[in-house]
Design a protein around this ligand. Structure first.
Ligand code: GLU
Length: 911
């Protein structure tokens, strides 16, 4: 790089300068550098050499006197500084550490010697009149960054800093934004392998996408390299870098369409498109700066044997060069007398021209490498200009400026949404899709080999996005919502978290999963048409069998039926007794050998009537056989009734004996809310919890109160809720589609009760997104072609890994027969009895008519007598009409009847 003639010319020039310097008065500038700052010291000396070589016609020359410090021993540095002053040094540049600088500053102010500091300082450092800070005023730089973030409209970001001093630089930003903005902090900490990958991976998992990075150049280089390796430099990531030497980094690997790095244990990512914005005070690639620095660079190499690493100017060196330039310009312009006045720390004499020199600095207006050097009345460099630069496909490009009078002016159009809102065509676009890892909507794929990109995920939602992408022709990149949050609004800050927050704050374009469409969410994002409909219901353990009871034989009939059965038996028995007495056929000759009997007897006494009905009810005989049409009619209907009742009883008893009755502790939300034994909850901050929160129904309000009083019963995601149902006495309020999945997976779980509401899952996209219509049409198409059903079957049945099922609870339970089941038989019985009764009267009337015709008797009178006898229920022996007639004529009838009655009664008792 260095050719021999050039070295020769330089040596001649240096010789000339040194010779000239012997004749002319020399102004000695002291430089204090850290022991590691060889390069900086060489740059300081080289700048002076070059100035001397260029200005050999001036009546003075500049000399350098440099010393080193170790950053710790302030006393030693004070001693060395005193030695410098004793050598006639009248201005000191440096040092770079706050404590060391204070030691030097105290000595300098005592001797009226200006100290020019180039380090970045904090605004609360002590003010020293003779210490001039050439570094742009840090509070102004903070203002610059606040304006920049305001312009970028970041509301949520993370500050990644190297050490505490870096954090102090962000003071204004932190205090200004912390109330309204969500700011996280993360310190760059090296892991065991001396890399930042561990912490960068953690940052990646946090889902953060906007970062302000504050660190030194070396750390920044490593940070970018490793951020790229862990996948933090994709087009979803946005950086503002608080380091003014960003231009000195080779940014080619991070440019759009840059290289793809594949290395062991690191996933390959297609890099590019990542937004990186930074600030600089000069463009090291500009001809002016390049020429100036090349000269210094050459000088450093030739005279001091120092070869700079990047051969580009950095801010630290530029400020030292500017300090020298400033001193030289003032000396040149103000024609300050240059005298050799050694200064001693142990006397009170100060530099005669010190105060004037200090004042000249204050009013200086010098064009330096870092822009115009100007100071405000207090000596701070508040009036400066900076370039705003951004990483583009062609490298770092200036996109705007900042200065204290005009503030921030950005010339490039605002980095728009990756989705141009005026165009609804999604073909060829790339969407960032966030999906919650809730089974079966999204899950991490199990694989023996490493998977990358979208391959890592599977599930109903993932397949659905895939089908939509085939339909609409877009590309997508899936990221997971690891915290399982679908999205809820923080009531205090008003900020949204979860997938809804990601879409809203432009960290994702689409969100998919078990994302319920709610009115509150609809206000901040747009939803597609629902691709699945569902409602809230309860997940609980399947009902347990009840142990059989002693009186289980009564179970086949409901108590009502049993009661009616008894009533029917009494009613029919009484009817039989009545019909028996009315029907003439039932009065039989007790002695068939007597042709014309005087007395007739009836088999259907009160007791016999009841016995006959019991006998047939119990499927037994009684040797009593009805003779009259009416009694036979009644007996027939009663037998039919008993046939049906007994068959029904037998059939239902068999069901009760074979099917176990199940014990369901509750069957609806009302019952669940009213009991205390079984605990219940829902997914915290989910749509289910929100439903109860918003509902005005008293029972739902009671549920919400219970939920707020028992936050430990609310779970982070559905799987935890299902686990609790399996292992505790806990009921989980859940959405029906997810319940179906859980009950398919675990045979011991069941859905209890009806749906409490009706709603749907949709795909969320940014508010006002032009793509909604396209997605809706594609979803309808998938529905019409049956694809949605196929996907549902795939994830709810085919791909489901069922948990081992120990005992299968019986599916159905037997129920007691009630009136609704057997009411008809009772009706038939009632009708039959009624008909029988009519028939009994008919029989009686016929018999009377048959009798009165030859006797010429009166029907009415005969009927009256029959009725009279009928009502004498105790009499079971009836005189024949002829005998009755004789009796009326003065015969022995009453005596004989009594005898007969006694005889029959005795016989009945003996039976
Ligand atoms: N789908 C619900 C949501 O979008 C989560 C599950 C639930 O709340 O039951 O918030």
């Amino acid at each position: 790089m260095w050719n021999k003639p050039l070295i020769l010319v330089s040596l001649i020039l240096l010789f000339q300068n040194r010779c000239a310097s012997t004749k002319k008065p020399a102004f000695i500038i002291g430089g204090i550098f850290h022991i590691n700052q060889d390069e900086l010291e060489a740059a300081f000396k080289s700048t002076i050499d070059i100035i001397n070589s260029k200005n050999h016609r001036l009546p003075f020359t500049i000399k350098d006197a440099a010393i080193r410090h170790d950053g710790r021993n302030g006393l030693q540095l004070s001693h060395k500084t005193c030695n410098l002053l004793a050598r006639g040094v009248h201005t000191i540049i440096g040092p770079d550490s706050y404590t060391m600088s204070r030691h030097v500053g105290v000595i300098c102010s005592g001797k009226d010697v200006p100290q020019i500091s180039t380090r970045s300082y904090s605004s609360n450092e002590d003010y020293n009149h003779f210490t001039i800070n050439l570094h742009p005023h840090p509070p102004k730089l903070e203002t610059l960054f606040v304006e920049l973030l305001n312009y970028l409209e970041w509301t949520k970001f993370m500050i990644i800093y190297q050490n505490n001093d870096d954090l102090i630089k962000m003071n204004q930003l932190l205090s200004y934004k912390s109330n309204t903005h969500d700011i996280k902090l993360s310190q760059l900490i090296l892991d065991d392998r001396m890399s930042y990958r561990l912490m960068l991976n953690a940052i990646k998992k946090s889902g953060e996408c906007h970062f302000v990075v504050v660190c030194d150049l070396l750390t920044l280089k490593r940070f970018l390299q490793q951020a790229q390796q862990v996948g933090l430099l994709t087009e979803n990531h946005h950086y503002v870098v608080y380091n003014f030497d960003m231009s000195n980094i080779d940014v080619e690997p991070y440019q759009y369409g840059g290289c793809e790095i594949i290395s062991v244990n690191v996933e390959p990512y297609q890099y590019g498109g990542c937004e990186i914005i930074s600030v600089r005070f000069f463009d090291p690639s500009s001809i002016e700066i390049e020429d100036a620095f090349n000269a210094v660079d050459e000088e450093m190499y030739i005279n001091y044997g120092i070869e700079t690493e990047s051969h580009t100017l950095n801010l630290e060196t530029a400020l030292v060069m500017d300090a020298v330039k400033l001193i030289h310009t003032i000396l040149k312009e103000r024609m300050l007398p240059i005298e050799n006045q050694p200064l001693y720390c142990n006397d009170s004499e100060a530099w005669w021209h010190g105060p004037s020199f200090r004042n000249y600095i204050n009013v200086a207006n010098v064009k330096g490498y870092t822009g115009w050097i100007k100071f405000d009345p207090t000596g701070y460099r508040t009036d400066f200009e900076a370039d705003i630069i951004e990483l583009k496909s062609e490298g770092l490009v200036k996109i705007g400026t900042w200065n204290s009078s005009n503030g921030l002016i950005i010339e490039r159009p605002k980095k728009e949404d990756p989705l141009p809102e005026d165009d609804s065509d999604v073909k060829g676009r790339k969407f960032n899709v966030v999906s919650v890892m809730t089974r079966p909507y999204g899950l991490m794929k199990q694989s023996a080999t490493s998977l990358y990109g979208n391959e890592r995920y599977e599930g109903f939602g993932i397949d659905l996005i895939h089908e939509l992408s085939k339909e609409l022709g877009f590309e997508y990149n899936i990221t997971s919502q690891d915290d399982g949050a679908n999205g809820s609004r923080d009531n205090k800050t008003g900020r949204w978290d979860g997938m809804i927050g990601k879409v809203m704050y432009k960290e994702a374009d689409l969100a998919i999963g078990d994302l319920t469409i709610t009115s509150e969410r609809e206000q901040v994002v747009d939803f597609t048409l629902p691709f699945m409909t569902l409602g809230i219901t309860i997940l609980y353990k399947k009902a347990k069998p009840v142990p059989p009871s002693l009186f289980m034989f009564t179970s086949p009939f409901s108590p009502q039926v049993w009661l009616l059965l008894v009533v029917a038996w009494i009613f029919v028995s009484l009817s039989l007794f009545v019909m028996g007495r009315l029907s003439p056929s039932e009065w039989q000759n007790p002695y068939p050998c007597i042709e014309e009997p005087e007395y007739l007897v009836n088999q259907f006494t009160f007791k016999n009537s009841f016995w006959f009905t019991v006998g047939s009810l119990m499927q037994q005989g009684t040797e009593l056989a009805p003779i009259g049409i009416s009694t036979r009619m009644l007996a027939g209907v009663w037998w039919f009734f008993t046939l049906i009742m007994v068959s029904s009883y037998t059939a239902n008893l068999a069901a009760f004996l074979t099917v176990t009755t199940l014990n369901t502790p509750f069957s609806s939300i009302d019952e669940l809310a009213k009991q205390e034994e079984i605990k219940y909850g829902a997914k915290a901050n989910g749509a289910t919890a929100f439903f109860f929160k918003e509902s005005e129904k008293p029972i739902y309000q009671q549920v919400w109160k219970y939920m707020t009083n028992n936050p430990d019963l609310m779970v982070k995601d559905n799987m935890i809720g299902v686990d609790r149902v399996l292992n505790e006495n806990y009921a989980f309020l859940m959405e029906s589609t997810s319940i179906e999945y859980a009950t398919e997976k675990y045979c011991t779980l069941a859905k209890i009760g009806d749906l409490l509401d009706e709603k749907g899952y949709g795909i969320a996209m940014r508010k006002g997104s032009p793509y909604r219509q396209r997605f809706n049409t594609a979803l309808l198409k998938l529905q019409e072609t049956g694809m949605l059903t196929t996907l549902r079957m795939r994830w709810w049945k085919e791909k489901l890994i069922r948990a081992p099922c120990e005992e299968q609870a019986p599916a159905a339970a037997a129920t007691a027969l009630d009136l609704q089941n057997v009411g008809g038989v009772f009706l038939v019985l009632g009708l039959g009895t009624f008909c029988g009764m009519l028939m009994a009267f008919l029989e009686l009337s016929m018999d009377i008519l048959r009798y009165i015709k030859p006797q010429n008797a009166k029907y009415k009178q005969q009927m009256r007598e029959e009725m009279k006898f009928f009502l004498e229920f105790k009499k079971n022996v009836k005189p024949t009409r002829k005998a009755g007639q004789e009796n009326q004529d003065g015969g022995e009838f009453p005596f004989n009847i009594n005898y007969m009655e006694n005889y029959i009664n005795e016989n009945n008792q003996n039976e």
